[in-house]
Ligand binder design. Structure first.
Ligand SMILES: [Zn+2]
Length: 458
């Protein structure tokens, strides 16, 4: 075992030139955070468990002091610090909404932390609003950077982040650039440039031109965007434009796309996170689809009481306890996904691992007789049938599937029929399929722009 930064490129004037000092104070804080986080994430089982148990006790004590809502939920015991996690009830979205509306943030103005309001990206219904502290923001930045150290990924590559937004200009996208993409260490290590593209209804040739203009380095985006892009350009074109990694957010990469990227030497790494709690897991470099849990942030449990079987595997509901959720507590929070949970990873990582993650509300269709089926229609299926700039499928009630097609011109009756048939081929019979033409899909605050949303599963 050695701690060694020799794989990382240093800035020429990385170190302090003052007497009896090594690093500049500005770098010291981030370096210390990184070392702390890497230590925790790679610590022995016992040491980590001990730390998590202590953090949980701290959080339970905090909520018992600050929240009537939480006092009602906690089982009666003399000392709240003796409570076990499994003795607490599951926290639903409705519970979070109720707590936030009645009590606001549980960090007070007199506390040394500040809070700000945030919300989930649910595409319909009521997004969950909640509060986060500035500690949560600092942690998320440091933990994201720590993953580069854990995996030995160079900081010198550029980072190109592409996300959907609310863009009204002529090209349907905006570009912002940064001389460096890391906060806190940009004059310590040699760090690549940052580029942020936000798009809504893009002029596709212009968007692709912008995407490939500068060396891409890390391409950070959702599966939906990659599926969209590779209808127009080859993975090899992305590689030629300097894409070395696709850091996949908000879902699992399609296996075929993963293979195509591997064939041209683009490494794919997914991460599992949520707006509410931040990072939950990072994909194993050796076993795609297996996520090493972000143990410095969350405790994950699996509730198998529903007994949902997908592809022959018994899936459980993912319950997240966010150990730093002091502003709005997330304790045994049902995040709406199904998965499998194991104690260790086939790669040898000696910590809990989630696999087979399925968005319960995103990727399951409920048939009129009540059974659930995995449901996913690839973007390519739509593009074969109709010229479009976006689409969304929603199950709005037990018998109705609504398909929205975003494009300037109305749909012909033949196209509507073809789209209906294509959706039925995925859903099976028993549904009324409504195909709607829209000039712009109203994604609300849904930054993930999920191609399918089940509105009857919470
Ligand atoms: Zn692993």
């Amino acid at each position: 075992m050695k701690i060694d930064f020799s794989q990382f490129a240093f800035a020429n004037r990385a170190f302090s030139e003052k007497p009896m000092t090594f690093c500049e104070p500005a770098h010291r804080e981030m370096l210390a955070s990184l070392i702390e986080l890497v230590a925790l994430e790679t610590a022995s089982h016992k040491a980590l468990e001990q730390w998590q148990a202590a953090q949980l006790r701290n959080l339970l004590f905090h909520v018992s002091q600050r929240s009537a809502f939480w006092r009602r939920r906690l089982p009666a015991k003399k000392n709240v610090r003796d409570l076990s996690l499994s003795s607490l009830p599951v926290l639903t979205r409705a519970d979070v909404i109720a707590q936030v509306q009645s009590e606001g943030p549980l960090i007070l103005r007199t506390d040394p932390l500040t809070t700000s309001k945030s919300s989930t990206s649910g595409s319909s219904g009521t997004p969950v609003e909640f509060f986060v502290s500035d500690m949560n923001r600092r942690y998320n930045t440091a933990r994201s950077l720590a993953q580069h150290f854990i995996e030995g990924r160079p900081l010198s590559l550029n980072r190109t982040k592409v996300k959907s937004g609310f863009i009204e200009n002529k090209n349907g996208f905006t570009v912002a650039k940064d001389p460096s993409w890391t906060a806190g260490l940009d004059s310590f290590f040699k760090v690549g440039k940052g580029k942020y593209i936000e798009y809504a209804y893009p002029n596709i040739p212009k968007l692709l031109e912008e995407l490939t203009r500068d060396p891409i380095g890390y391409l950070v985006t959702i599966p939906h965007f990659i599926e969209f892009v590779i209808q127009y350009i080859e993975p090899a074109d992305l590689k030629r434009a300097g894409a070395d990694y696709w850091l996949c957010l908000g879902g699992s990469p399609d296996e075929q796309i993963r293979q195509k990227f591997a064939d041209v030497g683009i490494i794919v790494r997914a991460s599992y996170s949520s707006e509410e709690v931040g990072p939950i897991g990072h994909e194993c470099p050796m076993n795609p689809g297996h996520y090493h849990l972000a143990a410095s942030n969350v405790i994950v449990e699996l509730d198998k009481s529903e007994g949902i079987i997908i592809d022959g595997k018994l899936m459980g509901r993912v319950l997240i306890t966010h150990l730093h959720s002091y502003a709005t507590p997330f304790i045994r929070y049902d995040i709406g996904d199904l998965a499998q949970l194991k104690d260790s990873c086939p790669c040898g990582h000696n910590g809990p691992v989630l696999s087979d993650i399925r968005g319960r509300s995103k990727l399951l269709l409920k048939h009129p007789d009540g059974h659930l089926i995995p449901f996913y229609v690839r973007a390519g299926k739509f593009i074969e049938l109709v010229k479009l700039s976006g689409y969304r499928i929603r199950q709005t009630d037990l018998r109705t599937i609504v398909v929205e097609i975003e494009r300037p011109d109305p749909l012909t009756s033949e196209t509507i029929e073809a789209l209906k048939n294509m959706v039925v081929a995925h859903s099976g019979p028993g549904f009324d399929i409504e195909v709607l033409h829209v000039e712009k899909i109203d994604w609300g605050k849904n930054t993930k722009q999920l191609g399918f949303k089940n509105e009857i599963l919470s």
